[in-house]
Design a protein around this ligand. Structure first.
Ligand SMILES: NC(=O)c1ccc[n+]([C@@H]2O[C@H](COP(=O)([O-])OP(=O)(O)OC[C@H]3O[C@@H](n4cnc5c(N)ncnc54)[C@H](OP(=O)(O)O)[C@@H]3O)[C@@H](O)[C@H]2O)c1
Length: 414
């Protein structure tokens, strides 16, 4: 067998199972925190070693997600300082990347369900399987030990090798390219949990569902999941190009949030200020009217898939159907989301937080991709030295509709 070199250039491949000492990684250091385009730089670092039940994966392609925009900005959490506070031996840099496709290259002691050579896609939540709450029966994704790999933890997928726990590995859909396979798991499984994880508010045939950011990563997945479950996906976006993307994915209809009749985005005025509140309600009612036109009925959405947060939550709570659910996984536009409690209690609505997904939900979403009912909606693949550019586009909301991937070790074939 050929001898393993200490470092392989991008485009070269070591013999299967042989691990070089060093690797190329696109990483963030604290002195570069700021605009994503400047924060990431390709450097050479040591390859991490798999510990018990861990798996070292040769990364073919990586998915781009909003979380590493936050990592690059260094806020709201300084991920490097946070880790070093907990463990002094943590390196002073962040290798981001919470989605990947690749090949199992080495396994740690006791790793189960994977072997060297397996083609896998990776899910981004890791937890301590021996944590007290998990042993007591908690859903692992809610465990106090849970961390998002490649964001809260180091050794993400923007590198030639990445380090994960064995249960983070799932079968790669055989028909997909490496790039498409790297693009869907984080957003897809998050949307799946939001839509199918909160009984009794799961998508049933005929349920209308409102999806904010329908052309984004989460939205592109959500439209397809709702459609596949027999629901009626109605998306909200901000451009004509994005409307067409949502319709192509199967949206029943799309609302353009830039319509000048919608004058009410952002925080609620004080409910005691009746004039300002009436003004707010005028814009919100224009949105409610548009929803009814698009749906063809006055019924509100049984589920609202939320993530913009501050700018949209007041509207989501208002338009949500009686006894429906607003399910939220982020606060992209801000964290001070106002709720007019009268609509929450009188109409008996539910406001539910949701964060990524457990292993069962990742598998269920992966099966939907394998059987073709969910397409990864890969919009663009970037070269390895464009990790910063891809995150900058996400930060500025100028990315094309759908999901983005980075080619790492996969050859450029198209
Ligand atoms: N907790 C979790 O597990 C989890 C998992 C995945 C993602 N997230 C978070 O969820 C958020 C969305 O992720 P993503 O991957 O879907 O991002 P994305 O691809 O950038 O899509 C977000 C969409 O939000 C829409 N948007 C932007 N500003 C808006 C506003 N003021 N009002 C309404 N919509 C607005 C944009 O669509 P239009 O401009 O066309 O409306 C954009 O396409 C991010 O904050 C991400 O970190 C959380």
């Amino acid at each position: 067998m050929a001898e393993t070199k200490a470092l392989y250039q991008l485009g070269e491949t070591p013999p299967l199972g042989q691990v070089p000492r060093q690797m190329h990684a696109s990483l963030i250091r604290p002195d570069r925190y700021g605009q994503p385009i400047d924060a990431f730089r390709t450097e050479v670092v040591d390859v991490p070693q798999p510990g018990p039940r861990q798996v070292l994966v040769w990364v073919m392609a990586a998915g781009i997600n909003y979380n590493n925009v936050w990592a690059a900005l260094g806020r709201p959490v300084d991920v490097i300082a946070n880790r070093q506070k907990q463990d002094k031996s943590e390196p002073p840099f962040h290798v981001g990347g919470s989605d990947a496709s690749g090949i199992v290259w080495a396994v740690g002691e006791g790793a189960r369900g994977v072997k060297i050579g397996d083609e896998v896609v990776l899910s981004c939540a890791s937890w301590d399987e021996d944590a007290a709450d998990i042993r007591a029966g908690a859903d692992p994704i809610t465990s106090t030990s849970t961390r998002i790999w490649g964001y809260e933890s180091n050794w993400g997928s923007f590198a030639q090798f990445t380090l994960v726990d064995d249960y983070q590995c799932h079968p790669k859909p055989p028909k997909l390219s490496w790039e498409a396979a790297a693009a869907y798991m984080l957003v897809g499984a998050t949307a799946y949990r939001q839509l199918m994880g909160w009984e009794p508010h799961v998508v049933r045939p005929g349920d209308p569902v409102l999806i904010w950011g329908g052309s984004g990563g989460l939205g592109s997945m959500a439209i397809q999941i709702v459609k596949a479950k027999g629901g009626i996906p109605i998306a909200v976006v901000s451009s004509k190009e994005r409307i067409e993307h949502c319709l192509r994915l199967g949206a029943h209809g799309v609302i353009d949030r830039t319509d000048p009749a919608f004058t009410h985005w952002g925080r609620l005025p004080d409910t005691a200020d009746t004039a300002a509140y009436a003004q707010w309600m005028q814009g919100a009612n224009a949105f409610r009217k548009k929803w009814s036109e698009v749906l063809g009925s006055r019924q509100g959405p049984r589920i609202v898939l939320e993530h913009p947060g501050e700018s949209t939550v007041p509207t989501s709570i208002l338009v949500c159907d009686n006894a429906g659910m607003v399910v939220i996984c982020a606060g992209t536009t801000g964290y001070n989301a106002d709720v007019d409690l009268r609509y929450l209690w009188m109409r008996q609505k539910r406001l539910q937080g949701s964060h990524f997904a457990n292993t069962e939900q990742c598998r269920a979403l992966n099966d939907m991709v394998i059987d073709g009912s969910v397409d990864p909606a890969l919009a663009r693949t970037f070269a390895f030295d464009e990790v910063g550019l891809a995150h900058q586009m996400l930060h500025e909301n100028t990315h094309p509709p759908g999901n983005l991937a980075i080619r790492v070790n996969a050859p450029a074939t198209h």
